[in-house]
Design a protein. Structure first.
Length: 290
């Protein structure tokens, strides 16, 4: 959660450039990681992965399915929308693009995560939301990254990497326990899913991020939590998790009926595991630095 005023959580249950990066045994710094990411995104929109420097064991997944590089979004991406946000983490050797990717005339919301080893791409993870695949889908709402995601936190007010992860994890702890008091967020925090604000809206039970935990009781557990990118300078944590939602339950918050679909495109009547990327930003102003 960016970690300043807890302004939001963005789910994302994300040119012709000639790219060349020299492989090195040394780790990539932030500039190197950004170059890797920019080169990958450029190659993706040209649908030509031949310029990529990949390890021999590179693994590529899209929405949880293992594919060969060149498949999936590689076959349909035609350009980028106006919303483009890039994050890099030299400590974890990972980089991520979050934004709108056009597939012909149809916009999708995509995140692209890369894991780098010795100057080569070793992990590729796409999470792509398309029209019809999710109940919540508003790519037109993505224009430019919010200022809280791009402004640099003064050095004397930054939180440690460990503390940032602790704050981000508290959201999932609260969701899992259905306990808003477990979540370290400010009253002003709002949740946005695929461009749609899902808190503090007419007809919705939660007025902010923390109160969501008291409403989303159909989520039984939050599993396989990963925090691949932690940006201390901007106070941002990227989380990848699995929501365990048994669709056979019918509640006011999750009005599923057999053979119908419900929010987040989870089939009702069958237990499904839903994997989103969440960009988390904002921390209570009273949170102590560590």
């Amino acid at each position: 959660m960016s970690i300043r005023h807890m302004t939001g959580i963005s789910a994302v249950l994300i040119g012709s450039l000639i790219w060349a990066v020299t492989a090195s045994a040394a780790q990539c710094d932030s500039t190197c990681l950004r170059t890797q990411l920019d080169g990958y995104v450029a190659a993706l929109t040209m649908r030509d992965p031949s310029s990529l420097l990949l390890t021999s064991k590179v693994r590529y997944t899209e929405n949880g399915s293992t594919l060969k590089v060149g498949e999936g979004l590689w076959k349909s991406a035609s350009g980028l929308g106006s919303y483009q946000h890039r994050l890099v983490d030299a400590a974890s050797q990972q980089a991520m693009f979050i934004g709108v990717v056009n597939e012909g005339s149809a916009p999708s919301i995509a995140t692209v995560r890369l894991g780098i080893i010795e100057g080569r791409i070793n992990e590729i993870e796409h999470v792509v939301a398309r029209k019809g695949s999710h109940a919540l889908f508003a790519p037109q709402a993505f224009t430019t990254p919010h200022e809280t995601l791009t402004s640099i936190i003064p050095a004397n007010k930054r939180l440690s990497r460990e503390h940032l992860i602790e704050v981000a994890d508290s959201y999932f702890v609260g969701i899992e326990k259905h306990d808003s008091k477990a979540i370290l967020s400010s009253e002003a925090c709002q949740r946005i899913e695929n461009g749609v604000q899902t808190t503090n809206q007419p007809g919705r039970g939660s007025r902010n991020c923390a109160q969501s935990a008291d409403v989303l009781t159909y989520i039984e557990s939050v599993d396989d939590r990963r925090y691949p990118i932690v940006d201390v300078e901007h106070g941002i944590v990227v989380a990848t998790i699995l929501f365990d939602i048994p669709g056979e339950k019918k509640t006011a918050a999750s009005p599923c009926r057999s053979n119908h679909s419900c929010a987040r495109s989870i089939s009702c009547g069958v237990r499904r595991r839903y994997r989103p990327h969440r960009l988390m930003s904002g921390l209570p102003p009273t949170a102590p630095a560590r």
